[in-house]
Design a protein around this ligand. Structure first.
Ligand code: BTN
Length: 282
């Protein structure tokens, strides 16, 4: 297994295509960082304009949702963060980004990707990619922005089975895709740009139907893990404000944050995460 997922050649290939497609990104590739989210947060504080993309072949303390770590040995995962500066970010931006990532993976690989609320991407019911969307900079000031972090498992075949996560996670190569990570990244960036522009223009309302069409376990009994309890109910859908609708007994419960279906497993090794000065996840 190569220790580079994207690598400098891949980044060069990507730069040319990003320019050819007129995508408004500035790419920075690092072989090893603590977390791409931190670099984007720092750039946001330094008044960098939106469109910065920080890509890493390896992270030493990558972060996931709900305080988890995102751990992926070098070369196994496509990992990057994008800086956006919407004037009024809200939690639905994270869902819009998840939709874009699902579409990008599908466009690059031909695999069918579904969404697990709020923004996990699944193939065959297993998590293949996750997003962490955090506010960065000082809210209400010119430094305010959003860091959209994406981790997609691409190459696990070289990892011994015993060291892979449980049955709830997978990687693109295990699903039969052996394409170029840079090509995947190009499709992801293109879809992210398209869905971000649409979200700015219409809000999440304009994306909701596309989102719900990909929603896993629609109408089925699910388990929702909240910080203090586990709730069981029937999944009714998602509202325009991004909240999950769950039928629990004869009540409809609206949920802003939680973990659906149990494991949340996605990267190679989950352990309790230490949050190193993150803005709130949205
Ligand atoms: C999750 O599924 O919990 C979200 C995982 C997000 C991981 C990505 S990898 C690139 C970016 N940098 C980070 O530290 N996290 C995100």
């Amino acid at each position: 297994m190569s220790r580079e997922a994207v690598g400098s050649q891949g980044a060069e290939w990507l730069r040319l295509r990003v320019a050819a497609r007129g995508l408004p990104y500035r790419l920075r590739l690092h072989s090893r960082v603590v977390s791409t989210q931190d670099l984007v947060a720092r750039a946001a504080r330094n008044s960098t304009s939106e469109g910065l993309v920080v890509i890493a072949d390896e992270q030493t303390a990558g972060r996931g949702r709900l305080g988890r770590s995102w751990v992926a040995p070098a070369g196994t995962s496509v990992m990057f963060s994008v800086l956006w500066r919407p004037t009024a970010p809200d939690p639905t931006l994270a869902l819009a980004a998840g939709l874009a990532v699902a579409e990008g993976i599908e466009a690059a690989t031909g695999l069918t990707i579904s969404l697990k609320w709020p923004n996990d991407c699944l193939v065959g019911g297993r998590k293949v990619a996750g997003l962490l969307v955090e506010t960065v900079g000082v809210p209400g000031s010119p430094s305010a922005g959003v860091a959209v972090g994406v981790g997609c498992n691409v190459a696990w075949a070289g990892i011994p089975k015993a060291e892979r996560p449980g049955p709830n996670a997978t990687a693109l190569d295990l699903e039969g895709w052996d394409g170029m990570p840079a090509k995947l990244l190009l499709e992801l960036l293109e879809r992210l740009e398209a869905r971000y522009r649409q979200w700015l223009a219409t809000g999440f309302e304009g994306l909701l139907d596309h989102w719900v069409q990909r929603l896993s376990w629609m109408g089925r009994e699910v388990e929702l893990h909240l910080p203090d309890r586990v709730v069981q109910g029937r999944l009714l859908g998602v509202r325009t404000d991004g909240r999950l609708q769950l039928e629990v007994g004869d009540q409809v419960m609206l949920v802003a944050a939680g973990d659906l279906g149990g494991s949340g497993g996605g990267s190679l090794r989950l352990r309790d995460g230490h949050l190193d000065d993150p803005g709130p996840a949205i």
